[in-house]
Design a protein around this ligand. Structure first.
Ligand code: NAD
Ligand code: ZN
Ligand code: ZN
Length: 343
């Protein structure tokens, strides 16, 4: 008899996830099977389940791209991991390995890339298949629940900060202090940056101050671009926009110092107006940033394993997934919910 697993499935866009029992898949050649211990819930999972983006995943699919677990079976030919290893199955599920982007360590933009919890089934399931060449290797001593948010929220914010080019002593403005932003503050402080945290929720801003933000600004109360310019003496050298809200994007460009870089990471559907004259005349760079490479992943996890970065997590069982989605939609998650499969 085939063994079964609990999974949470998107059957239709915009509808609650369906809790089902599926047969545990067997790893084919070059694949591994991972028994999920924990999986973070990212705002991207909401976009995926709503069908927000131009490239739609095929239905039905299992979301979740912060899944951490133990390797329990190897398909033929696998040597990169062994049974018993603790690995993470990230958004960058796999890439081709030989295009110009893969060759230059930009596998995140490979045209053949597959995405965990999107084009491949993800971590809202008791077992996941994975590509051993692209899994995250969780350092010893880092628990599954603590590692989970690092493999998307952590690596994405860490990479995004690097992409701003801001140097120690300079200012970074981080807008959106949720799952990504609360980790971004910690990485930015470790990199010696002065942090200006921007959100629309005072609870998030209080948390930002506890995490070391030097200045906090409520974007729903003041003109946040003006407020950042005043607090930083002319604008932030780097801006990292993680807010899933289009208004935050025009504001973020307005917060950028002359010759600074505004990095777009949040992914609300749609377009935002850009003040073309100001961008040109102030020599501002606007740059997209998409998760991080395997090298960025190892660096982001090392900070967590050394105790320098710690995700604030709330544990929930898989059966609570729809109420977690509801709360995340309405901004009622403090930082990150992690589905704990031990519960
Ligand atoms: P989250 O829901 O945990 O946090 C979002 C935060 O933004 C909340 O604190 C909310 O209060 C705040 N916010 C909402 N509107 C705002 C506004 N107008 N100004 C300032 N703050 C505002 O979400 P998350 O999991 O951190 O994800 C954030 C976004 O990043 C999502 O759109 C997600 O899809 C995207 N994302 C992108 C990548 C990437 O590789 N580029 C990776 C992961 C997530
Ligand atoms: Zn994510
Ligand atoms: Zn490639």
């Amino acid at each position: 008899m085939e063994s079964r697993m609990q999974v949470a499935v998107v059957e239709q866009f915009g509808k609650p996830l369906s809790l089902q029992e599926w047969i545990i898949p067997a790893p084919g050649p070059g694949q591994i099977l991972v028994r999920t211990e924990a999986c973070g819930v990212c705002h991207t999972d909401l976009h995926a389940a709503r069908g927000d983006w131009p490239l739609l995943p095929a239905l039905p699919f299992i979301p979740g791209h912060e899944g951490i677990g133990i390797v329990t079976a190897l398909g033929a030919g696998v040597t990169a991991v062994k049974e018993g290893d603790r690995v993470g199955v990230p958004w960058l599920y796999s890439a081709c390995g030989h295009c110009e982007y893969c060759l230059s360590a930009w596998e995140t933009v490979c045209a053949e890339a597959q995405f965990g919890g999107y084009t491949k089934n993800g971590g809202f399931a008791e077992y996941m298949l994975a590509d051993p060449d692209y899994v995250a290797h969780v350092p010893d001593g880092l628990s599954a629940c603590d590692a989970a948010p690092i493999i998307c929220a952590g690596v994405t914010s860490y990479k995004g900060i690097k992409e701003t080019g801001a140097r120690p002593g300079e200012w970074i403005a981080i807008t959106g202090i949720g799952g990504l932003g609360h980790l971004a503050i910690q990485y930015a402080k470790l990199m010696g940056l002065q942090v200006c945290a921007v959100d629309v929720d005072n609870r998030k801003l209080e948390h930002a101050r506890r995490l070391g933000a030097d200045v906090t600004i409520n974007a729903s109360q003041a003109d946040p671009a003006m407020a950042v310019k005043q607090s930083t003496g002319g604008g932030a050298h780097g801006v990292l926009i993680t807010a899933p809200s289009l208004s935050a994007f025009t504001q973020g460009v307005g917060m950028t110092r002359k010759r600074g870089t505004c990095v777009l990471v949040g992914l609300p559907p749609g377009e935002f107006p850009t003040p073309l004259f100001d961008v040109v005349a102030n020599c501002i760079t606007i740059r997209g940033s998409f998760v991080g490479t395997r090298k960025d992943m190892a660096e982001a996890l090392a900070f967590a394993a050394h105790g320098k970065v710690k995700a604030d997590i709330e544990r929930q069982p898989l059966s609570a997934i729809n109420s977690v989605f509801d709360r995340l939609t309405h901004g009622n998650v403090a930082s990150r919910v992690v589905i704990d499969f031990a519960q």
